[in-house]
Design a protein around this ligand. Structure first.
Ligand code: FES
Ligand SMILES: [Fe+2]
Length: 446
């Protein structure tokens, strides 16, 4: 449970709020590169931390992220003409380059464009995402720039860079809470056919098949949660007992302030970054950071019919559609709920959306009753609150976690533990299966 005051601090991200100021210290996704793929193509609206912006790619391929409102008399630059290295407002023809500098005033008798600069933010494209740093207030003084954090995408070959974006209609912390909550997979994401999966011999110390992992989620709903604090935030394990009596660990990494790498067999580097569009709307980016590394095909594909996200319905440009939503009760199928799936909702991500969105636009955490399943998200709330308050109190910013470091060494992981094996090693550079994969990648490069 949080006090009403702490819940406000935790969830509100607009300009001048403690959490908004904290998030503005970090580079965050603004939009997908694919949304503004074409030079001189249509600009897109970008709502980010409660601010209304517009992104566009100019004639030379450079990306601009400007205040949406034209500094002349406020018309929206979303309707502007993207032409000849600038975005031109169609009301009176003022034109702005990617830095926000006004470069033309075609209707003025005595142009003064050199004195007009509209609000703009620094951007950096990496891994199919346009990242932005909102540390300086629009039009305000430039502040010390935080270095861009390379999660691995800087050296990722372009064809391997895949990123998508999903819109979630609730506060960003609710979405983060779901990503740091391994316990819910034993309930929300269950379906009855898992009972028919036979033991294929991988329910023993080592790496189970993907099928067996699902059996374990279903078999033991009482995961033991353990957390290890790290330089980038923390990693945590959900430890379940398997049907054969072994310890199965799923390890997820939290990268401060709003990113996770979720467990996968044998380890994972695919990353999630949650960005508040505003206090009530969240953009959840899912992106590749490193070439796929799975030396022996551990886990393997699951050739089993179960509810997956309808990727075949993914819209062009990587923006994931939301056919199941609160407006249609996520198309819950009450018959399916009695004999097919635990939730009766079609796919995993819609199940997640149901759980997080229906807690309300901003969940009132003075009313929650937390238990043993909630240890990891409690740690996240505390860390965020501590940092937001320290920043508001004027303490030195070096206290902020995860501003720099080897982000490529952060991984999720999943394994059935050997006798005496410590889950904390899994997925780190000290894990033999990681070393094997890194060596294989090195050999491939030669
Ligand atoms: S309002 Fe944009 S040019 Fe006048
Ligand atoms: Fe989930």
């Amino acid at each position: 449970m949080l006090s009403a005051e702490d819940n406000e601090i935790l969830t509100r991200v607009g300009p001048g709020t403690p959490m908004g100021n904290l998030l503005r210290r970090y580079w965050i996704p603004a939009c997908l590169s694919a949304e503004i793929a074409e030079p001189d193509g249509p600009p897109v609206r970008v709502r980010l931390l409660g601010e209304d912006l517009v992104a566009f790619r100019d004639t030379d391929g450079r990306v601009g992220l400007l205040e949406e409102s034209c500094p002349h008399r406020g018309a929206s630059l979303f309707y502007g003409r993207n032409e000849e290295c600038g975005l031109r407002c169609t009301y009176h023809g003022w034109k702005f380059d990617v830095t926000g500098q006004c470069v033309d005033q075609r209707s003025e008798l005595r142009p003064f464009s050199q004195r007009i600069k509209t609000g703009s933010y620094p951007v950096h494209e990496s891994g199919g995402i346009v990242w932005a740093l909102l540390s300086a207030p629009l039009g305000g003084p430039a502040q010390t720039l935080t270095p861009f954090r390379d999660f691995g995408t800087e050296s990722l070959p372009a064809p391997l860079a895949t990123a998508n974006k999903e819109v979630i209609y609730c506060n960003w912390v609710q979405s983060m809470d779901g990503d740091l909550d391994t316990a819910h997979i034993s309930n929300l994401h269950q379906f009855d056919a898992i009972d028919g999966i036979p033991d294929d011999g991988t329910d023993e110390p080592g790496y189970p098949s993907g099928y067996q992992s699902m059996r374990f989620w279903r078999h033991d709903a009482r995961a033991l949660i353990e957390v290890e604090d790290t330089w980038h935030g923390f990693r945590y394990a959900g430890i379940r007992v398997t049907p054969n009596g072994h310890q199965h660990a799923r390890i997820t990494a939290y990268i401060f302030p709003a990113s996770t790498i979720i467990a996968q067999i044998p380890f994972s580097t695919r990353q999630i970054f949650v960005v508040p569009a505003d206090d009530y709307t969240t953009h959840r980016y899912n992106f590749t950071t490193q070439p796929p590394q799975n030396p022996r095909g551990y886990g393997g594909p699951v050739f089993f019919t179960y509810p997956t996200y309808p990727f075949e319905m993914m819209a062009q440009k990587g923006v994931v559609p939301r056919p199941y939503n609160r407006g249609n009760d996520y198309l819950i199928d009450r018959d399916a709920q009695k004999g097919v799936s635990y939730s009766g909702i079609r796919d995993f991500r819609s199940q997640d959306a149901m759980a997080t969105e229906t807690a309300g636009p901003i969940y009132d955490r003075t009313r929650e009753h937390l238990g043993s399943t909630d240890v990891a998200l409690i740690r996240m709330h505390r860390l965020l609150l501590r940092c937001a308050k320290a920043l508001a109190a004027g303490e030195d910013e070096v206290t902020l976690p995860a501003l720099a470091g080897d982000f490529r060494s952060i991984r999720g992981a999943e394994k059935i533990l050997e006798e005496g094996e410590d889950w904390r090693v899994l997925g780190t550079n000290d894990d033999p299966v990681v070393q094997e994969a890194l060596k294989a990648a090195e050999d491939d490069d030669r």
